[in-house]
Design a protein. Structure first.
Length: 280
């Protein structure tokens, strides 16, 4: 039976149709089993959200899948799904999605969607700069102290580099990434960032499925971890634009806000770019 889906780009830049993080949202996935969802995401090669019905409160129930498998929570996919649910239901205001283990609040911010960041545990990584420089393919002066491990449900290395050029020219060594992940008890993923000359942020996010390395066009979780690091350094009442994805020809922009109480929020523009059907 054909299943309708929509392709949306999340964290797009205003004037580029092919910017941001691509998400496929299936609008009526009731009855699809988990294996079919997993293989569908793998077939499309992108994040997928499956709207499986409604809960007792009328919230859309959703499942999220990456090409590598199920995902308990996904910022980009949540924003894309909220955008679709808004159109399906009409009305205005915030959207709540019933995930597998939690109710996901997606905030209507006018011209963009916003989600609140989650509190994390931040630990300094005590290792020699030469090892970190080797991990990202830069020279030792490019490494800015301190490098930290940031943990929500999973841990990620957050590494500040000296300049935007250092971020642009970073080359992740897959072997070292997986070795360090085991040594530091973190997921094989690393978020590298630097201050731009205009005061905003240049960033890249890498992760290592099946022993390799892939780069993400835009990641709310990475920007959220950066926000928590900045909060730990005393940042309050700040707004930054986080630019990511240029190096894989998917430029993106995430709005990173820190309020007076240190609450991090992450927002971005969502655009629908295509609709289709799959025989699943």
């Amino acid at each position: 039976m054909p299943s309708d889906y929509r392709i949306l780009n999340v964290f797009t830049t205003p004037d580029d149709l092919f910017s941001g993080n691509a998400v496929a949202v299936f609008t009526d996935a009731k009855g699809l089993d988990e294996e079919t969802m997993r293989r569908t995401a793998r077939q499309l090669g992108t994040e997928c959200s499956f709207i499986t019905g409604r809960d007792d409160e009328g919230h859309a129930t959703v499942r999220f899948f990456q090409p590598e498998g199920a995902s308990g929570f996904a910022g980009s996919a949540s924003m894309a799904t909220a955008h679709v649910v808004r159109e399906l239901d009409g009305g205005e205001g915030d959207i709540h999605l019933a995930g597998r283990k939690q109710l996901i609040h997606v905030i209507d911010s006018g011209n963009r969607w916003t989600m609140l960041g989650r509190s994390s545990v931040i630990e300094e990584i005590r290792t020699e700069k030469r090892f970190l420089a080797g991990l990202v393919g830069r020279k030792i002066p490019a490494i800015v102290d301190p490098t930290v491990k940031v943990t929500f449900t999973r841990s990620t290395i957050v590494l500040q580099l000296a300049t935007e050029q250092d971020v642009r020219e970073a080359k992740i060594d897959a072997r070292l990434l997986h070795q360090y992940a085991m040594l530091l008890h973190v997921e094989p993923q690393i978020y590298v960032w630097a201050w731009r000359e205009d005061g905003d942020v240049a960033s890249r996010m890498f992760y290592g499925p099946q022993g390799g390395v892939l780069e993400v066009a835009a990641t709310a979780s990475g920007a959220g971890r950066l926000g928590e690091v900045l909060v730990s350094r005393g940042e309050r009442d700040k707004h930054y634009r986080v630019y990511q994805g240029e190096d894989i020809e998917r430029p993106s922009m995430i709005h990173l806000d820190i309020d007076a109480d240190g609450q991090v929020s992450l927002g971005g523009i969502v655009k629908e770019v295509a609709r289709g059907q799959m025989a699943i």
